[in-house]
Design a binder for this molecule. Structure first.
Ligand code: HEM
Ligand SMILES: N[C@@H](CC(=O)c1ccccc1NC=O)C(=O)O
Length: 479
């Protein structure tokens, strides 16, 4: 029998999950890299005044030899080189399809050592880009979202900091899901039904909390700021012909272009851990096998049937985290245990985990609707936006919306959500999870059912639920 994974073998902390337990360093320690850090000190201003390209073009190519054996230093170098690379490519209306050697060479080198692609990933922007505001004496205790700050941003805005920090906190809160999941697998090996059940009950509660963390996004990240100021810089260089990069990006004097997707929360190992633990499977968008509630989904899938995008996103995670997911996949047997035992409380606890994960994805779709779909729609109806930004979102209102990962966003996210209910084991779960009870179209107070062709969509008010005047999938986010 394959051993259960040990978290320390995979750079995972029982306290902070996929985040480093020792907070990332905020500056490279050696004076060799002062030029990089000086640029980072003023990155938002250099971007705003469109001087970043010139500055980067004048940088020498620095060797990474001094930091090649030190993970925290390498992570800092990776994170800032990614910020500089994306700022270089997307700062002005016409994106650059070539990255100067000053950034390209060290970026390729540190990425290889850290086993991440040479592009701004979720790891570079979130996992390795946060610090404490105050070094409080309770440092050894719980982390507090209000005491966290980002180290770097493109814009210097609170909105952008918050955008990353919500994910940081989500990962922190998710650590208990990882330990709980492994405890559950251990209890299965001991055939201790009561322990499996209570672990799954705790897991359901932890997943529920993740949904609440997600909804904090609206407290301090304004959708307009996100869509026009921040998001253009998160884009990568894969399938980016519309934005002006048909072939991708040339790194230094490499002959061929490379293509990489931009940062995306789909690169979070936490959510894929939950999918694996609960045996949720994703299929390519549009080809979801007919949902057969209660069927062992393993029998209707094959390796090749797995969702290409979610699998591809694994290759954007740090190497040790990818290997953890592969190991977990080999030992994950919660669903088959639940089916085999066919015990009411156990089944209920497992299905509750699925219900919470599905509800999390439902909330996420609401966020995406407010932050991307509605913004694109407003842009279209307003003709054009009067904000300074890269050319990336110029065509956004006219065409199908794509995620920074390149997905056809709403169909992809809806399918991910619906697939979450498919493995339901009990009668309650099958009814609730497949009937869409969790995603019924709720109406904001004051909404009516009346169809109105002249709908007025109000700009979402931050931190308020039920922001829209009229009911409709796009307006409410209840797809
Ligand atoms: C303004 C905030 C956000 C926006 C606009 C947004 C947008 C998106 C988009 C467009 C995708 C599709 C994949 C792609 O092409 O990139 C995606 C995927 C995903 N996002 Fe977000 N996201 C936001 C915040 C979050 C947060 C805070 C979390 C977690 C706490 C999250 C978790 C996920 C996950 C797990 C996926 C993969 C699909 C899935 O598993 O259902 N997102 N997001
Ligand atoms: N996929 C999202 C971007 C996204 O989710 C993301 C990108 C980089 C770093 C963190 C991200 N998610 C944070 O909450 C988009 O299409 O805008």
């Amino acid at each position: 029998m394959i051993e259960l994974p040990n978290l320390q073998d995979y750079d995972i902390s029982p306290k902070s999950g996929f985040l480093p337990e020792d907070k990332p360093i905020s500056r490279l320690s050696s004076a060799t890299y002062t030029q990089w850090e000086v640029i980072m000190d003023s990155l938002p201003s250099l971007i705003l005044t469109k001087r970043i390209r010139k500055v980067i073009e004048n940088l020498p190519v620095l060797s990474i030899d001094e930091i090649s054996g030190d993970k925290p230093e390498l992570r800092r170098a990776y994170s800032i080189l990614c910020f500089m690379a994306h700022a270089y490519v997307w700062n002005v209306d016409v994106p650059s399809d070539q990255l100067p050697k000053s950034i390209a060479t060290p970026l390729l080198e540190v990425s290889e050592l850290l086993e991440v692609p040479p592009v701004a990933t979720y790891a570079g922007l979130c996992l390795w880009n946060f610090k404490d505001i105050f070094q409080l004496e309770q440092q050894l205790g719980e982390w507090d979202l209000d005491n966290l700050a980002t180290i770097n941003t493109f814009t210097g805005s609170i909105d952008e900091s918050w955008f990353y920090l919500v994910s940081v906190y989500f990962e922190y809160k998710g650590a208990s899901c990882i330990t709980n999941g492994l405890e559950t697998l251990k209890a299965i090996r001991e055939d201790n039904i009561a322990k499996v059940t209570s672990n799954l009950q705790h897991l359901a509660e932890s997943i529920d909390k993740l949904g609440s963390v997600m909804m904090k996004m609206e407290e301090m990240c304004d959708p307009h700021a996100f869509y026009y100021r921040i998001r253009p810089y998160l884009a990568g260089w894969k399938n980016m012909a519309d934005a002006g990069l048909p072939k991708g990006l040339r790194y230094g004097d490499e002959e061929t272009h490379r293509q990489y997707s931009g940062g995306s929360n789909a690169q979070s190992s936490l959510i894929q851990t939950l999918d694996i633990l609960l045996n949720v499977e994703h299929f390519p968008t549009g080809v979801r096998p007919k949902s057969t509630p209660g069927a062992n989904t393993k029998s209707i899938s094959s390796e090749s049937g797995q969702n290409n995008f979610m699998n591809e996103m694994k290759t954007y995670m740090p190497g040790p985290h990818q290997r953890f997911l592969t190991h977990l996949q080999q030992v994950s047997n919660i669903r088959s245990y639940v089916m085999e035992k066919n015990q009411h409380q156990l089944t209920l606890a497992y299905d509750a985990c699925l219900a919470m994960l599905k509800s999390f994805r439902d909330k996420h779709i609401q966020i995406v609707t407010r932050y991307i779909i509605l913004q694109a729609k407003l842009q279209k109806s307003a003709g054009s936006s009067n904000t300074l930004r890269s050319g990336l979102s110029k065509t956004a209102g006219k065409q199908e919306q794509k995620g920074t990962g390149g997905t056809s966003l709403i169909p992809f996210l809806k399918q991910c959500r619906d697939e979450t209910g498919d493995p339901a084991a009990g009668e309650w779960g099958q009814r609730v999870l497949s009937s869409g009870v969790l995603s019924t179209k709720h109406k904001a107070s004051g909404d009516t059912d009346k169809e109105d062709s002249n709908r007025i969509v109000k700009k979402p008010r931050i931190g308020m639920a039920g922001d829209f005047k009229e009911v409709g999938e796009e307006e409410t986010g209840h797809w």
